[in-house]
Design a protein around this ligand. Structure first.
Ligand code: NAI
Ligand code: MG
Length: 342
């Protein structure tokens, strides 16, 4: 059987990488049928909002989406598509696996960690006000409900994926109430529900130093919204950059899969963007369908795509961001050539 899924090409390099990824999925025999919808600046050209209601409705209806990056117009009063989407569909868990890849030269060879980011509150609550002529203020919001929910999600994820340890990055020494609550909830879930998973806490600044010194010591990182955003890009840098880190935004009923990177206006339109981060996100989408709908074909296709891109990289087939000389489409072709038949 085939699964209908929403495809959002997005802005900048979005359409280039999504069409490359669609070709790989098709060649691998992924049982997916796309329903295309708009978001971002592209949606603004055809309507009056960066996130049209019909796009949100389609994701609600079909349950899964593959999303290209969307440009957020700066200072024009629009709330970021991503922030809106995560809030409106309550996609409260962002998951970003970061691992070293054969054939991608970096300072480290043993990075294999997963970032789990709380996606709905913190400083992304969007509550900002002008207090006086001189003072503006931003509110960091934390709720026991959301902190407990993300902690439980992280421990359950670690258990299912056979991960050993969860580390929370925090600044509870300064933000005693908000980060303090985040820590209390994580401790509580650990103690009451998952005592067999190792658990520790690191103050975020020291944590960043440890990450760049020896990332191999980390397994699963659990972070509130802003820390998760920043540390995701830092970790991308440990394994070759934004071109190789995928992501998923997961809620109770829906999931939206997208790369960590943005629309990369500096290289958009040149056919040089790395489609791998979005392809890896599509692999996560297939594994999600395998888990939530029990479809083994999805798991098989996901596995074959992963083997094929690992082979391509190991053979030196790479885009410019990884020091190679292939464009977006040529790299997709290199992956397609290395796909095993089912
Ligand atoms: P960015 O991630 O678009 O680009 C940062 C740097 O990484 C640039 O030099 C870019 O060329 C490079 N890069 C990113 N993806 C790449 C790829 N696949 N292959 C090769 N090189 C790649 O971040 P930036 O410039 O801060 O943001 C640009 C726009 O994207 C903004 O409007 C921002 O709001 C939006 N954005 C959207 C996201 C989303 O839709 N999920 C996430 C992050 C940013
Ligand atoms: Mg980010």
């Amino acid at each position: 059987s085939t699964h209908r899924a929403v495809l959002i090409p997005g802005d900048g390099i979005g359409p280039e990488v999504t069409s490359a990824v669609q070709r790989v999925l098709q060649a691998a025999g992924a049982p997916l049928e796309w329903e295309e919808h708009q978001a971002g600046v592209k949606a603004l050209e055809n309507g009056d909002d960066v996130l049209p209601e019909e796009t949100v409705e389609a994701i609600r209806r079909l349950g899964v989406a593959l999303k290209g990056p969307c440009t957020t117009p700066v200072g024009e009063g629009f709330t970021s598509v991503n922030v809106q989407l995560r809030k409106r569909l309550n996609l409260y868990a962002a998951v970003r696996p970061v691992r070293s890849l054969d054939g991608v030269q970096t300072r480290f060879e043993n990075v294999d960690l997963v970032i789990i980011r709380e996606n709905t509150e913190g400083l992304y609550s969007g509550v900002e006000n002008q207090v006086t002529d001189d003072v503006v203020m931003s509110m960091k919001v934390a709720t026991e409900t959301a902190c407990t929910r993300i902690a439980r999600w992280a421990f359950r994820y670690a258990t299912r994926r056979d991960r050993k340890k969860i580390t929370v990055f925090h600044k509870a020494n300064i933000m005693k109430m908000t980060d303090g609550l985040f820590l209390r909830c994580a401790r509580q879930i650990h103690k009451a529900e998952y005592p067999n998973i190792e658990y520790d806490e690191v103050i975020i600044d020291a944590g960043c130093m440890k990450l760049v010194q020896n990332p191999g010591q980390f397994d699963v990182l659990l972070l509130e919204n802003l820390y998760g955003d920043v540390v995701s890009d830092l970790c991308a840098g440990l394994v070759g950059g934004l071109g190789v880190v995928p992501g998923a935004n997961i809620g109770e009923e829906q999931a939206v899969f997208e790369a960590v990177h943005g629309s990369a206006p500096d290289i958009a339109g040149n056919g040089v963007a790395n489609p791998l981060a979005l392809l890896m996100s599509a692999v996560m989408l297939l594994n999600y369908l395998a888990e939530t709908r029990g479809d083994d074909v999805c798991r098989d296709v996901a596995g074959r795509i992963r083997i094929a891109y690992d082979r391509a990289l190991a053979d030196g087939a790479k885009t410019g961001d990884l020091g190679g000389d292939l464009g977006t489409d040529a790299f997709a072709d290199a992956i397609i050539e290395r796909l095993d038949q089912p």
